[in-house]
Write a protein that binds this ligand. Structure first.
Ligand code: B4P
Length: 197
């Protein structure tokens, strides 16, 4: 099993690159953002609670997203590996993920961290907001709050995986295909290293 985390601030291209990576490496895509938006679309109680937080640019409570990921792992017992997109976003989520994977006798192989400047993040998200209908992409203040939440709560998650030498930084500026090629290069290196051991 090969499990990878695609990491980075809001708008860094996690969703965009995930779509391409899951096809190439036959991974199951687990995006907590997509799972939450599906709850909102279906107007579930969880979705209603999540919407009010997401519209302000805040994170959804840990127990909610950990529960969603746990169910998704259970639902795919034969998976060749998972791509975690937008999860874990707090240290508590990272610890929970390690435990869930341990139960499946596997672990995180690599964390690929996309690096993009703040001005470019804001530009991309406002542009997506013009067409996506996503409330959290329309307002400059909400976008800045999402980036602040990232610095406050999410960037420490990289420290968690640095301890085990799993973090690889990748430049997230350039064309989608150029960034995809950089990500593939790092994944191929990791897979070759694993096969060698
Ligand atoms: P997410 O759905 O995870 O989304 P994101 O951070 O906004 O975006 P992503 O990085 O995937 O950007 P994308 O590729 O789409 O989170 C939304 C909200 O859900 C959070 O704020 C939070 O409230 C909640 N949430 C989710 N997970 C949570 C968790 N684990 N715990 C608590 N709360 C959670 O790219 C953005 C735009 O850039 C797109 O328009 C794309 O076309 C463009 N783009 C991509 N690559 C580009 C490139 N190379 N050049 C130019 N533009 C590019």
């Amino acid at each position: 099993m090969f499990n990878l985390i695609l990491f980075g601030p809001p708008g860094s291209g996690k969703g965009t690159q995930s779509e391409k990576l899951i096809k190439k490496y036959h991974l199951n895509h687990l995006s907590t953002g997509d799972l939450l938006r599906s709850e909102i679309y279906n107007k579930t109680p969880l979705g209603l609670e999540a919407k009010s937080l997401m519209d302000k640019g805040h994170l959804v409570p840990d127990e909610v997203v950990i529960g969603m990921i746990s169910s998704a792992l259970e639902a795919n017992p034969k998976s060749q590996g998972f791509l975690f997109d937008g999860f874990p976003r707090t240290s508590a989520q990272a610890e929970a993920l390690d435990k869930l994977l341990q139960l499946k006798k596997t672990n995180v192989a690599i964390m690929l961290a996309l690096e993009v400047s703040e001005d470019e993040l804001v530009r991309r998200l406002l542009k997506r907001g013009e067409t996506s209908g996503r409330h959290d992409d329309i307002n400059d203040t909400v976008i800045r709050e999402r980036i602040l939440e990232y610095h406050r709560k999410t960037s420490p998650v990289a420290e968690h995986y640095k301890k085990t030498g799993k973090v690889v930084k990748v430049a997230g500026i350039g064309s989608v295909d150029e960034i995809f090629a950089s990500l593939c290069k790092e994944i191929d290196k990791k897979i070759a290293g694993q096969n060698h051991n």
